[in-house]
Design a protein around this ligand. Structure first.
Ligand code: ARG
Length: 571
């Protein structure tokens, strides 16, 4: 990122010297796909040539010659190629220096950390609902949310994770009604399955029995009014569900800083509602209080029976996050089906003047689908998380029997490996495509050791570790003093490393862990190509090749850690 900014500045200055009008937004600087065309490339000459009706190649030459006058010590050379591209080649010393920093993990982390000192972001993720199964959508929110949290954290933000679980609202009145009506067990013996069953039964019966809905509403009103019995049953449901959710988090290795569910805001709703009404942006409509927008449906602040809504609670939540945590940025990792809701929430916050200075973002993740369609079983039921995890473990076991790197695994190591690979594979599948896109759930791809998968990265890491175990070369400092002749495979690899920092920054800017995931795959591919063609141990190039191996391992380890995926030493 910083190099890109630097290059842009130089190009703008060159423009001034040549009397060309160049605005920063016009300048695109990219990594050419083919390293023969350098490390960075811009098409600015072609863009300008079109505007000024000039020959693009000639203009490119002109700009290039001027660029060469500027001091930019990490650039080896600038060249013009093709129809008028200007290509920049980085010095090998720079590439090696950057790799060295990554090797000193602490130094790399410190460098990244300087980026955003003093800024606070709050991320709202996972957020399952009480008495309902932890769904695949919540899994996606958990995985992406945690990765975004980790990425912002390494970039120096003060991060606060908040699990806005669904534990308040009319549906919990229904749940209490169902328990009162049909449950025969002692409250203390209720299980999550009982709760799910009772909730489903309620909805089924309510289709033909309208009185039930009324009962549910009444129980919610009791809940809101602090009725002791209603509260006791409701609290029990929360406890049972949280135990279940925590099992999932434990398995995924996820820890969310706060669990401020919707009910946490209960005592704050009245003030918030008043404040919004006083601002004069609400209207009365058939007994309810609504907020109207220019080009969206209305949002309901208070229902005609006086109860609050999901929307009201989200408004109170923003206020709390701004006042209590001084959030500079609030991110919501919630499915795309809530897109309208968040547009309404953000718009209302704007009318209230409650927007944090770096804004609010809804990462609206897409659906998970089979190649053939909706993510469900043959019977049409939605797939449960536990099914997916069990299957992943089974497949990871097959991998454990198949892989060849360091087969001397103890039983405990094997078990740990199976868990890391199974869970890692599912996570990587969630993270390796842009969150906004739908994800195709294809077991063969998810578990492939050759393809774009979590196991492929873990396998590459284990391969690096096995090489590092065989060498006598342990400490490596001042590599730049011993650059010999770098061959093409080595060059291709080392020309990936320096991009790590900018990829992490881009990942944060685009709210997409996929940028990091893609980068890791690219490094792993380059390493494996290098590994296939070059011997390492006992070669005269051993020092340099070990350095490349160590840097690759370091990048995969830090990168997977950002994605919340474990590495294993042996596989
Ligand atoms: N519990 C909600 C659901 O499962 C998601 C909550 C998202 N966060 C929020 N602040 N609304 O659909």
């Amino acid at each position: 990122m910083k190099i890109v900014e630097e290059l842009k500045k130089i190009i703008i200055d060159v423009g001034k010297k040549l009397d060309l009008q160049i605005s920063e937004s016009e300048i695109k600087i990219e990594h050419p796909a083919d390293v023969n065309f350098g490390d960075y490339s811009t098409n600015i000459a072609m863009v300008l040539a079109k505007l000024e009706k000039k020959n693009p190649r000639e203009l490119a030459e002109l700009i290039k010659n001027q660029i060469s006058d500027f001091q930019f010590p990490i650039i080896e050379k600038v060249e013009v190629a093709g129809a008028g591209f200007i290509n920049f080649y980085l010095k090998a010393e720079y590439l090696i220096e950057e790799a060295e920093i990554i090797n000193y993990e602490i130094e790399f982390r410190n460098k990244l950390n300087e980026n955003n000192v003093g800024k606070t972001m709050v991320i709202d993720y996972s957020a399952p609902n009480i008495a309902k199964p932890f769904g695949i959508g919540h899994l996606r929110s958990t995985n992406i949310g945690q990765a975004i949290y980790n990425i912002y954290k390494i970039l120096g933000w003060n991060c606060i994770g908040d699990n806005h679980i669904g534990d308040w609202g009319t549906q919990y009145g229904k749940l209490v009604a169902a328990i009162k009506k049909w449950n025969e067990k002692d409250l203390n013996e209720l299980t999550i399955e009982d709760l799910e069953r009772l909730y489903v039964k309620f909805h089924k019966e309510a289709e033909t029995d309208e009185k039930l809905i009324e009962e549910g509403r009444n129980w919610f009103a009791k809940l809101e009014n602090g009725d002791v019995e209603a509260r006791k049953i409701w609290q029990k449901c929360i406890d049972i569900s949280l135990i279940e959710f925590n099992k999932v988090y434990q398995l995924l290795g996820v820890k969310i800083d706060f669990v401020h569910g919707e009910s946490f805001y209960e005592d704050k709703l009245e003030n918030v509602t008043k404040e919004i009404i006083n601002k004069g942006i609400t209207k009365k409509s058939e007994g309810a209080i609504i907020v109207e927008f220019d080009n969206m449906p209305v949002a309901m602040l208070k229902k005609s029976n006086g109860t609050t809504t999901y929307f009201t609670r989200d408004m109170a939540t923003i206020k709390y996050r701004l006042e209590n945590w001084k959030a500079n940025l609030i991110i919501y990792e919630v499915g795309v089906d809530q897109e309208l809701h968040f547009r309404q929430v953000f718009e209302t916050a704007k009318m209230m003047g409650w927007i944090p200075n770096q804004g609010m973002v809804h990462i609206a993740h897409g659906l998970i689908r089979w190649k053939t369609g909706k993510f469900s079983t043959r019977k049409g039921d939605t797939i449960h998380l536990s099914e997916v995890i069990d299957k992943a473990m089974e497949k990871a076991k097959e991998i454990a029997d198949k892989t060849t790197v360091d087969k001397k695994l103890t039983n405990t190591e094997k078990e740990e490996m199976i868990k890391a690979v199974g869970i890692g594979a599912i996570k990587f599948n969630d993270l390796s495509s842009d969150p906004k896109k739908d994800v195709i759930f294809d077991w063969d791809k998810i578990m492939s050791l050759e393809g774009d998968s979590g196991p492929y990265l873990q396998y590459t890491y284990a391969r690096c570790k096995s090489v590092l175990n065989k060498t006598q070369i342990k400490e490596q400092k001042n590599i730049n003093k011993i650059i010999g002749n770098i061959n093409d495979d080595e060059m291709a690899l080392i020309r990936e490393f320096y991009k790590f920092e900018e990829k992490i920054i881009e990942s944060a800017d685009r709210y997409s862990p996929a940028v990091v995931a893609e980068f890791l795959l690219s490094v792993a591919r380059k390493y494996n190509e290098f590994y296939a063609k070059n011997r390492i141990i006992d070669q005269k190039e051993e020092t340099f090749r070990i350095f490349l191996t160590r840097t690759t391992a370091s990048i995969i380890e830090i990168g997977l850690d950002l994605l919340g995926i474990e590495t294993v030493e042996k596989m």
